[in-house]
Design a protein around this ligand. Sequence first.
Ligand code: GRF
Length: 208
Amino acid sequence: KKLAVFVSGGGSNFRSIHEASKRGSLHGDVTVLVTNKSECGGAEYAKNNGIAIILFPKAKDEPKGLSPSDLVDTLRNFEVDFVLLAGYLKLIPVELIRAYERSIFNIHPSLLPAFGGKGYYGIKVHKAVIASGARFSGPTIHFVDEHYDTGRILAQRVVPVLANDTAEELAARVLNEEHQLYVDVVEALCEDRVIWREDGVPLIQSRE
Ligand code: GRF
């Protein structure tokens, strides 16, 4: 299967997915990186590893960026099967969501539906978790719909929130789980192990 990964920042999830694919522990190829920031860590990694880069969206400082329909056409030309958002901070156009319905995913660093939505990104998520007194947190991978962080939940992992945690310490603990979780989910996708319950809840089947 062919994968497109969308990144705006450091791209550590992008990197861990690519490394798993290179090791052969993932039956998918990272075919293309989509970014709104041509200078971000993720773009740098893509350049160094010969992965194609698409700039999206078109921005004043990024005149080479694509329009939404050109983006969909380009992903189709690359024969992309799955779209993986990993720290991509721009809104995803509806054209893309429709074109990749049930094949577009995001990772969020809290146990959704808690601490999700527009204001919750980056370190703010972990600050809010600590302030709430919650004893557990962890990443969620969900299908992407037209709103922030509201699509169907596909997978989660739990980490403890320790009594003296700073937001940065909690963020690092969650990010560490994200890397493994995203690889496991992508592997399930590549092996066709995602199924839908009659009530519309997606599930991952374990290997036989
Ligand atoms: C992760 O915490 C992810 O949950 C959030 O953005 C961060 C991306 O980190 N959506 P990285 O760029 O993969 O290192």
